[in-house]
Design a binder for this molecule. Structure first.
Ligand SMILES: Cc1cc2nc3c(=O)[nH]c(=O)nc-3n(C[C@H](O)[C@H](O)[C@H](O)COP(=O)(O)OP(=O)(O)OC[C@H]3O[C@@H](n4cnc5c(N)ncnc54)[C@H](O)[C@@H]3O)c2cc1C
Length: 389
């Protein structure tokens, strides 16, 4: 059997590419259903893009790499596509756009586009024995007990990263890269909760509050959440992409810098009240209880000098913690790192050293912030590849 293009991986990037690529296109996936991560994303409503999508929201060894594809297929292009299918959406926060009804609408849209483009989607199919030859490539497709040898001009790898192996994530893209001597950067789980020794935050599990979380060069003002095993919530997940093993992270749980004035005001009006009781009207009670020993909080408000109140507030704004790890690929939303961008054309996603071989989506060393950026990269890189094919 002979086709023009084989796309491996029917996720966000692969489906986008198949929906727009010319010629005879076959897209295969070993999963039972296509676009499973799209379906479960954003709590079932898919945060499909971000209004403020720009290159600074992406991590990569080459911060310029993503610019070309993102500029040639923007968030507004995807919004236009979504609108053309009558899919209703809303901005939740920080430019994050979600479906009003269901992420399934996005999967259905992508599949309809594939059907209109005559791209064949073949599921429960794995690929082995990829070989390069004069006219392009050949590979064996395995569907159940049926094996088919296939020849094709172009090979697009859209198998994503390693996050959530339970959903079918594999290191397939890195294996193909290895086969063709294409470098892969260090990879690790990102957008992932932190863990701490001895589950020290278990008493606080479920407590959420606005915060500023800093790790390395990353600093994020959003909600954070204490969990049984450590820290999570948007600000923490964002910071995890900038964290390396052994690094300290800093929590500022008074990011608006209002606590000092509020405590001074309370000292005026309710000086005879207990410091911890009054602090618990400004911060979650369980957190104040937890911090009572740690910060030696005691006495009435009237007993606290300005210097002492400042010391407490500064401690809450500069709470330094060293995670002992992360929850890993089991729960990470993305894989940081991937196919080295130096080996790819930023315009087409084709390997510079291996003509006809393309990598798109999360497999590439381009990782977005939380908030619709990773899907926008999947759409944009899938489209860049499709246009070049
Ligand atoms: C729980 C969760 C929620 C998320 N929510 C959001 C969100 O709201 N907004 C956002 O922007 N991003 C979100 N993300 C990230 C986003 O899902 C990914 O960045 C995006 O799906 C990457 O697209 P992709 O096409 O590169 O890979 P994927 O969508 O992961 O697709 C890869 C496909 O390849 C298939 N595959 C893998 N290995 C093989 C193999 N060996 N053979 C055949 N097929 C294979 C897989 O089955 C899969 O269908 C979320 C991720 C998770 C895990």
């Amino acid at each position: 059997m002979k086709i023009d293009t084989l796309i491996i991986g029917a996720g966000a990037a692969g489906l986008m590419c198949a929906a727009h690529a010319p010629g005879h296109v076959l897209i295969v996936d070993h999963a039972k259903k296509p676009g499973e991560k799209v379906r479960i994303s954003g709590g079932g409503r898919c945060n499909f893009t971000n209004m403020y999508c720009e290159a600074h929201a992406f991590l990569s060894q080459n911060p310029h790499f993503a610019k070309s594809a993102l500029a040639r297929y923007t968030q507004w292009d995807f919004v236009e596509l979504v609108d053309s299918y009558g899919i209703k959406w809303h901005e939740k926060t920080l430019g994050q756009l979600f479906c009003d009804v269901s992420a399934k609408d996005i999967v259905a849209m992508l599949l309809d586009l594939c059907a209109k483009n005559d791209a064949e989607v073949r599921l429960e199919t794995s690929v082995k024995a990829i070989e390069q030859n004069d006219g392009g490539y050949s590979a064996t497709l395995v569907t159940g007990s049926t094996q088919t040898r296939l020849s094709f001009k172009n090979l697009v790898i859209a198998t994503g990263g390693k996050s959530i192996p339970k959903m079918g994530a594999t290191g397939f893209a890195y294996d193909v890269a290895h086969q063709f001597s294409i470098p892969v950067t260090d990879i690790r789980p990102a957008l992932v909760p932190f863990t701490f020794p001895e589950n020290r935050f278990t008493p606080l599990a479920g407590v959420a509050l606005p915060s500023r979380v800093t790790a390395g060069a990353g600093q994020f003002d959003e909600a954070m959440l204490f969990t049984h095993r450590g820290l999570s919530g948007p600000a923490v997940l964002q910071a995890s992409s900038y964290w390396v093993e052994g690094d300290v992270i800093t929590l500022n749980i008074d990011p608006a810098n209002t606590l000092m004035q509020a405590l001074r005001d309370k000292r005026q009006t309710s000086g005879r009240k207990n410091l911890t009781t009054e602090l618990a009207t400004l911060l979650p009670g369980r957190l104040v209880e937890f911090l009572t020993d740690e910060l030696a909080l005691n006495g009435n408000l009237a007993d606290q000098s300005d210097a002492r109140l400042r010391q407490i507030c500064e401690a809450l704004q500069n709470w330094q913690l060293t995670p002992n790890g992360t929850e890993g690929y089991r729960t990470a939303e993305v894989t940081l790192g991937g196919i080295d961008t130096n080996t790819l054309s930023s315009k087409t996603m084709e390997c510079k050293t291996v003509p006809g071989l393309y990598f798109i989506g999360e497999a590439v060393d381009v990782t977005g912030w939380l908030g619709g950026y990773n899907f926008q990269w999947a759409w944009a890189s899938g489209m860049a590849c499709a246009r070049s094919l």
